[in-house]
Design a protein around this ligand. Structure first.
Ligand code: ADP
Ligand code: ZN
Ligand code: ZN
Length: 803
């Protein structure tokens, strides 16, 4: 009797595929295991959902390889994946692929070879083009033998781009190959080595020396440090490892080795009340959701730490999610020192191999506490009893690619499924979450005061319209802000200045004809970056030289208008030459390390002023900061997006909350030309309730979330007509609109063209989740039947932005 398995594959199709099992695999494959299978000329990794003996109608191909002897995705996570696929209208296979970050264990690469048309083209082109034309060179190299992308990139600049083009032309084809990767192919400073046994076999001199040293010094040694003992230890150590004479193991960063010291903390009454509610729920071991609404500096972290301790004491594991940017070494160290080797920090700075190693330890039950960003919501903790989502309002919890899930909402669903306790914490809860608390779906835990009765910072609005009238000049800094900065520096205190836009100036405009320098791929203006001497597109990364004359009329009068964070820094250097200034935005922060280095040295007092984009507003606790200046509170308010006011209120309140967290009181200066806008006004008053009341009325009147279920349906295509026609076809499917549902559009998206593709959008609002889901599924099936390219239709359920 033959056995088959149904496999979910990471392809944009709503179905599983049935494969046959070789006898050798029959008893080893189970639901939740990964397998490698052939799929239309490629080899794909998929997840087995069922094993059975019903032959499919067509002859089934065989599973090529079983990757896991035991399931890596347990039943609970498979249920969660099914929920995500349905709720967010995403293919199940793509959801499952994101759940187990084990790609680091499998080496995957594409091998390129010439088609017969490619061979002809290669011969012809080598006659007519010169030898170092990149396309000709690629074709010639591939004529010799098939090659991988890495090999080609090493020889030819931009090889990948040319390859994509050549594939489109039908001259080159790509085959995906998968091979096991040795998990120990990590750099020497990430490996530890330990003696196993001696040997009579022949060794090189270095191998012999290293083995002798290891035998004399039992225990684990960091391979990179052995270089001082034996020259070439890295190489020799790996050779010994391969022959089984030494054991190599991967050092997993995070967890141990961090130090963090703080005195014992006595909870204040509000913290105490919050914790005892949580402890009660944890003891009951039933699902319950909490909103921990605590102002900035109210000591939420300490409540999280104690709740985790309570969960562990009850024998259940805990998971904590934090926003992308908030997982700093300071935070990691605090958790590391509390939970030692029981914690895994799922940091995006880890490479694939390390991530896989961490995941394995959690999966094996060696770890009871995991802390990480969005995708950590899938951490395979055993017996999970507590989930915490810190800064639950943060936009980075929403994944902006398929599957477009919201980490916070998935966390709530997972907690409910596992009968676990969930805590959503924030000083500025999202409207949806606060609304759920008002409705009694979540229990509200209030912490309305800062610890030790420290005052909230004083906030002053600076009306930049008045400033202009009085000074007759358009300055970045008001006189009030400049004086305040100077005073703080004189007092050896620190300042943070928020400018939520990067670059030097936001656009270049011709004074003669009024045209702006635009991106060639997107319908947005290019931003001037002075340090790089380039005009840069913030959507697609396109860059060009700074124009000396207007591309339209030839005039030399180009004006650079609108300030960005680079300009703020520059201006400060000019105005206060003695100030030590650091800047933190996407341009100065490449990779996690830089971000941590800047914050670390600012915390250590090496700088007086930290200038930055919203990155500086998030969660940081730096006691010596007594002044926060918000250069332009209005950026973002004008966005055609129903969340614009909410996002502005959150950003301003969070930024203000960085001031006066230590012993000295804080001051916040908020520069604006909209001092009467409710988002600005209530942020200045730091009055969340007033803001909530006003905003919730607006949402109710306009039927926006939380009063309706919302989806953003975007159709994109390289040709405008195609995008327009396809969005029309979708609109026709929803005419007349389903029951209690409204359709806005289709219309041009706010940014019409992005990365060379035109975008049309349709907003679907429904009073019923079910009706919405059904409507969206109709759209998706239509696109599949019509064989639109997979990237052509984007369905974003509960969108965070409508742009
Ligand atoms: P939040 O996240 O609510 O903005 P934090 O958790 O960062 O605030 O706490 C702010 C500071 O207060 C931290 O340095 C923390 O160590 C300290 N802290 C927390 N609880 C107490 C307490 N009960 N007594 C004294 N200090 C505390
Ligand atoms: Zn011009
Ligand atoms: Zn662009």
């Amino acid at each position: 009797l033959a056995l088959y398995c149904d496999v979910s594959l990471p392809v944009p199709l709503d179905r599983t595929f049935t494969y046959a099992l070789m006898t050798s695999l029959e008893h080893r494959v189970a639901a939740g295991c990964r397998v490698i299978v052939p799929f239309s000329g490629r080899k794909l990794t998929g997840v087995v959902l069922a094993v059975h003996d019903r032959p499919p109608s067509q002859t089934a191909r065989y599973v090529e390889k079983l990757l896991d002897e035991r399931p890596v995705i347990d039943e609970g996570l498979i249920r969660l994946a099914r929920w995500i696929a349905e709720y967010y209208c995403a293919p199940l296979g793509e959801v499952l692929r994101g759940m187990a970050p084990l790609t680091g264990e499998v080496r995957r690469q594409k091998t390129y070879s010439l088609t017969s048309a490619g061979v002809d083209a290669s011969r012809q082109m080598s006659l007519v083009t010169d030898a170092d034309d990149p396309v000709t060179s690629i074709l010639r190299l591939l004529e010799q033998k098939p090659r991988g992308a890495d090999a080609l990139s090493a020889k030819i600049p931009n090889a990948r781009r040319h390859l994509d083009l050549l594939i489109k032309r039908g001259w080159v084809e790509a085959e995906e190959t998968a091979a096991d990767r040795d998990p120990l192919r990590s750099p020497a400073d990430r490996l530890e080595v330990e003696f196993v046994s001696r040997t009579d076999a022949k060794l090189t001199k270095r191998e012999r020396e290293l083995l002798a040293y290891l035998e004399l010094h039992p225990g684990q040694h960091r391979l990179s440090e052995l270089e001082t003992v034996v020259n070439g230890a890295g190489f020799a150590g790996r050779a010994l490892g391969r022959r089984g004479l030494a054991r190599l193991s991967l050092i997993v960063p995070g967890g141990s080795g961090m130090s963090f010291t703080s005195g014992p903390i006595t909870l204040n009454p509000a913290q105490h009340a919050a914790l005892s509610s949580l402890s009660g729920a944890l003891a009951a071991q039933r699902f319950e959701a909490f909103l921990l609404h605590g102002v900035t500096g109210s000591g939420k972290t300490e409540v999280y730490l104690r709740a985790i301790e309570a969960s562990l004491a009850a024998g259940r594991a805990a998971l904590m999610l934090v926003p992308e940017i908030a997982l700093t070494p300071a935070v990691a160290a605090q958790f590391g020192s509390r939970f030692g080797s029981r914690i895994a920090i799922l940091h995006s700075a880890f490479n694939d191999t390390e991530r896989a190693a961490q995941w394995r330890r959690i999966h094996a039950g060696e770890i009871q506490v995991a802390i990480g960003t969005r995708s950590a919501v899938f951490a395979p903790l055993k017996n999970l009893g507590l989930i915490i989502v810190d800064e639950e309002h943060d936009g980075s919890y929403k994944q902006e690619e398929t599957p477009r899930y919201h980490g916070r909402d998935v966390a709530v669903v997972r907690a409910r499924d596992l009968e676990a306790v969930i805590v959503l914490g924030s000083a500025t809860p999202s409207l949806e979450t606060r609304f759920n608390a008002e409705q009694g779906k979540y229990r509200l835990l209030d912490m309305p005061e800062r610890i030790e009765h420290r005052p909230m910072p004083a906030v002053e609005l600076v009306d930049m319209r008045m400033e202009f009238l009085e000074t007759r000049s358009n300055q970045i800094f008001s006189r009030r802000l400049l004086t305040a900065i100077q005073e703080k520096i004189a007092a050896r205190e620190q300042c943070m200045l928020l400018m939520n836009r990067r670059g030097f100036s936001s656009f270049a405009v011709c004074r003669a004809c009024g045209e702006r320098s635009m991106c060639v791929n997107c319908s947005v203006a290019l931003t001037f970056h002075r340090r790089d001497r380039r005009m840069l597109c913030h959507l697609c990364g396109y860059a060009e030289k700074v124009p000396a004359e207007c591309a339209h009329c030839g005039s030399e009068h180009i004006q650079f208008a609108g300030a960005g964070s680079e300009r703020v820094e520059d201006e400060l250097h000019r105005l206060i030459p003695e100030a030590r200034i650091a800047r933190m935005d996407r341009d100065t922060v490449s990779g996690k390390q830089a971000h941590e280095r800047i914050l670390g040295s600012f915390r250590a007092g090496e700088y007086d002023i930290l200038v930055g984009t919203q990155m500086i507003a998030k969660g940081h606790d730096i006691p010596n900061v007594t002044l926060v200046g918000i250069i332009n509170a209005d950026i973002g308010l004008g966005m055609p997006d129903f969340r614009a006011a909410e996002r502005t209120f959150q950003l301003l309140t969070q930024a203000a909350g960085r001031a006066g967290r230590g012993q000295m009181p804080g001051l916040v200066l908020l520069q604006t030309i909209n001092p009467d806008h409710y988002a600005v006004r209530f942020a200045a008053l730091q009055d969340y309730s007033k803001f909530y009341e006003k905003e919730v009325e607006y949402r109710r009147a306009m039927r926006y979330p939380p009063f309706a279920a919302l989806a953003n349906v975007v159709v994109r295509a390289p040709e405008k007509e195609v995008a327009l026609r396809r969005s029309g076809e979708l609109a026709a499917l929803l005419t007349p609109p389903p029951d209690r549902t409204r359709i806005l559009g289709p219309s041009q998206a706010a940014v019409e063209k992005v990365k060379g593709e035109f975008r049309y959008q349709m907003i679907v609002k429904s009073a019923s989740r079910q009706v919405l889901a059904k409507a969206l599924n109709r759209l998706r099936h239509y696109a599949q039947q019509a064989e639109w390219p997979a990237t052509s239709l984007i369905i974003d359920v509960d969108p965070m932005t409508l742009l």
